[in-house]
Ligand binder design. Sequence first.
Ligand code: ZN
Length: 376
Amino acid sequence: MLIVRGAIKDYDWGVIDGLQPWSGQATGAPQAELWFGVHPGGPSPLVDTGGEPTGELLADHFDIEAIPLLVKLLAAARPLSVQVHPPRLLAESGWRQQQAPGSLAVYSDPFEKTEMLVALQDFEAFAGWRSEVEAAAILSALGISDQIVAAVRMRDRATAIRGLLEASSPARIGRLAEAAEAAGLAPEQVAAYATVTEHYPDDRGALLTPMLAYLSLQPGEAVYVPAGVPHSYIRGIGLEVMTSSDNVIRLGLTGKPVFVDQAIAALDDKVAPQMMATRHGDLIWPVNAPFVVRMLQSGGERIPSGAYRILLLIEGSARVESEFGEIVLRPGTAAVISADDPDSFVAADGLVAIVQSTSRQVEFVHERWDVARNEY
Ligand SMILES: [Zn+2]
């Protein structure tokens, strides 16, 4: 059992000092993400029981085989890019091909990125496809050409995406909110489109957002986003759990490169986002997800051996015990427990995120989970 802090990311869409309760520092700059894992893009530093850095990294002790998940705290002041994450085979082949000299750097690693966002505060997102009737109504009200609107109606997403990015006037971005209202969308959705226009008045990727479904999450609620699902988180603070990958293929709302062909290739119409209307304490277990999450508010829970486990303290205090000893977590620190470590027990008074890997041990977790009693 080791203790880590998050590796901070200062992406420009972050909230000024938004992660201070967990980063432990005010920087006066955007604090967008804290990473808890071994991904080389943001390896987590180890800390001692007093919270002081030991000078080592979690990655000095474990590799991605042992730590297959990346957990993040995320604070979004404005919309993140419209993006899609590649499924496993595409990530593998794309990464391999890109090793050739002179290739475009599209992929960050050879791994699938499948993710889930658990709202810690009210959180808004675009995720998955909006109904084609509604999407067509917004785009028609925007004055988008009949040809592109017809492609949307026929769910020909590749043609629609290319048409919106290449053949539509960016001047239409200024009328997104008006068009959403004309199409009869609720006020919070109209406001979300006004936000997109405000922050990305010249970014053609904004014209893709009418194709995306709008979600509003209350604290404790979650959305699972399998690889292949287009999405753009709009605003809020949340916990993100994902496979240990940084493969993001962007379509718009970003200053970073967009890769339209690769993003279209990564889209998978057979999967959709799963909204989980959970409350603190419920087990969050999306169908086919490589992880389960429980936001434990108070009380105790046994966390069995046999799967990778990470316990991140969000607020209050928590004590984690195993036969090897006991540690006390402070907000923003996490106990990392490998699959080979023994059973652990957590006692929380506040809010602790308990994240467990299921990919290799799914049967094991199924066996031990008592559905009727909602406990192990
Ligand atoms: Zn994403």
